[in-house]
Design a protein around this ligand. Sequence first.
Ligand code: SAM
Length: 312
Amino acid sequence: MEVLETDLDALRCRMSATKMGYIDDPYIQYFLPRRSIHKPPIINRGTYVRTWSIDHVLENFLSKLEGKKQIISLGAGTDTRAFRFLTKLPKESIKFIELDLYPNCVRKIQSIAKQEALQAMLGVYTIDAKKGILLSESLDILPFDIRRIPETGLPERANQGLPTIVLSECCLCYLEPKEANSICQWFRERFSCVGILVYEPIQGMDSFGKMMKSNLASRGIYLKTLDSYNTVEDQEKRFTDNGFQHTTVLDFAALEREWIPETEKKRIAKIEMLDELEEWDLLAKHYCLVFTTTHSLYEKLNLQKGNDQPNG
Ligand SMILES: C[S@@+](CC[C@H](N)C(=O)[O-])C[C@H]1O[C@@H](n2cnc3c(N)ncnc32)[C@H](O)[C@@H]1O
């Protein structure tokens, strides 16, 4: 299945951005030993904005709410975020549940099974590498086709009573809009305190967007929701129509401008010269971050009206 390969694309981008110093990720080496990957500066910058902004929303959620919190990652692939966060936070305060298709879970778990440094962070754990299952106090990796969620619910390890952020870092976009929508609706109806954090492409109708779609289509990969949620406004409406009460959507140009601190911008600017600022502007308009919440989570995060940045 071609969609499985998209995880390797994301991993390579993160490796390149890590190697260049945009991202601090000591764990990625365990999942992609080949470090010779180098992506163009605008791709590294995009990977940085993507990683920084998702981390930012999650860190804010984890630090502002008391007690145990849950992050359910749809199509988590070989994301190392759980390990990065577990180095900084008490294990008992956080539960990551990572779902992906069976072959990608097996691949990830095989890497973890070889690395004591990763296992040491999990406390008591069990691994069944053949089944692609890892269970521990703070991280579960489970092979699960997320399209089943509306019918069968989540694997029983998930706890509907915990404040939860559902992360779709480029995953829901591969589903039919109806399927993606039913999943979001399922979470809103079952979880009282929930947010959905989505990173995905937008603006698929212009020439850059068409090129992006046709490059992927040549590999059998289709961004199925893109035409339905083509703009920032469409993305906002998507979640408002779905019954979520508070939605913030920013493209990467806005994220960089409004969220990323000046000190970080200066640091990033020194890493690599961006010869073509116009190219970056174009790319940055084609990706967005959506953060949508129920009223209960919104109140707990204490979002200020008119303040897009979720740390108030
Ligand atoms: C672009 S990758 C993103 C991986 C990771 N979230 C990241 O950003 O690094 C998309 C992931 O979604 C997974 N995926 C696609 N469709 C899925 C489905 N129906 N159920 C579970 N996972 C799925 C793929 O296997 C792949 O690992």
